[in-house]
Write a protein that binds this ligand. Structure first.
Ligand SMILES: [Zn+2]
Length: 321
């Protein structure tokens, strides 16, 4: 699917010069290892988590934008990223970007810029209707892909049939999300606000288009929340499991918990995210009455633990002070 001739493009060459290894993601985007993950997320990125679209132009004329899926490092202007363009015309402008180009829609900076003042004044985000992928299906037995997706959830991820149904988890056998499990994300009123997909063949996730700093998986204003990184972790915890979709508590997520704090909150990130867990707990400690931190053993993520192991660890959670 990837057009290898694009490896000869100017954009590829200048990115390669700066980052060494560059992956061609699709006709508009490249991926490199994020230079900021180590300082921002306490883990060196070796999985090309920084997505770069060198063609997109900001309102004030900055060319190129980027977004790190792990540490949320994002911004505008290739020069800010330290990429040296050889000349003014080294990269095509947006208008000249490859015809018929398809984007992942991960760059929503223009929308964000528009809503910044609203966010500051405490107003909500721009209302935007979220729709599931057109090929979304829960008819698992209707296709080979469906059956493979179901098997992946039950056998590899240990999900129960009722969990799959309760959370309206589905899949796509065709289109952009072919071979992906789709997790619809709803708010407290069961309104669809987002979705995340995960390939059953490789560790690839896609996010739904649109802003996501307000999105938690399975946030229902619970009295007790166990805050996890990923969806599978939250599902393993059960009804109290709420996923951050990352290691960091984003601005709007923080606001939600601050304005409507649960009585009990346990921060339960992966073992490698101990510092992040502490940061989150410290941020929330003046709002949440009982805040604790739990950590899985070094070699396991919360999503890979048995129910008994999970209960043990959550019982052993400790208070900040
Ligand atoms: Zn990063």
């Amino acid at each position: 699917m990837v057009d290898t001739s694009r490896m000869n493009s100017e954009a590829y060459q200048v990115l390669k010069k700066k980052f060494g290894r560059v992956m061609v993601e699709n006709s508009n985007e490249y991926r490199v290892c994020c230079p900021k993950c180590e300082s921002r997320a306490h883990k060196k990125d070796v999985k090309f988590k920084l997505y770069i679209n060198p063609y997109k132009v900001s309102k004030n004329g900055k060319r190129g934008t980027w977004n790190c899926f792990r540490c949320s490092y994002k911004g505008w202007g290739l020069d800010t990223l330290g990429v040296q363009t050889t000349s003014e015309s080294a990269l095509p402008s947006r208008e000249e970007a490859p015809a018929g180009s398809r984007t992942l829609n991960i760059f929503h900076e223009t929308k964000k810029l528009k809503t910044t003042s609203e966010e500051k004044s405490g107003e909500g985000r721009e209302e935007q209707e979220v729709k599931l992928p057109t090929k979304f299906s829960t008819e698992w037995s209707s296709s080979l892909t469906g059956r493979a997706c179901y098997e992946y959830l039950v056998k590899q991820r240990g999900l129960s049939v009722s969990t799959i149904t309760d959370y309206n988890i589905g899949f796509c056998s065709k289109g952009r999300y072919a071979g992906h499990i789709v997790f619809p994300i709803t708010d407290q009123n069961n309104k669809l606000i987002y979705f995340v997909t995960r390939s059953i063949y490789e560790k690839t996730y896609f996010n739904c288009p649109g802003p996501n700093s307000h999105v938690f998986f399975n946030y229902k204003n619970q009295e007790h929340i166990v805050l996890t990184e990923g969806i599978f972790d939250a599902l393993a915890v059960g009804t109290d499991g709420v996923a951050l979709l990352g290691k960091i508590l984003k601005k709007q997520q923080f606001k939600i918990l601050k304005n409507s704090p649960p009585k009990y909150l346990t921060v339960f990130l992966d073992a490698d995210a101990f510092k992040d867990a502490n940061t989150i707990a410290e941020k929330l400690e003046s709002y949440v009455q009982h805040i604790r931190i739990a950590a899985p053993p070094r070699d396991k993520d919360p999503g890979n633990l048995s129910k008994a192991e999970l209960n043990d660890i959550l019982e052993d959670a400790w208070y900040l002070k």
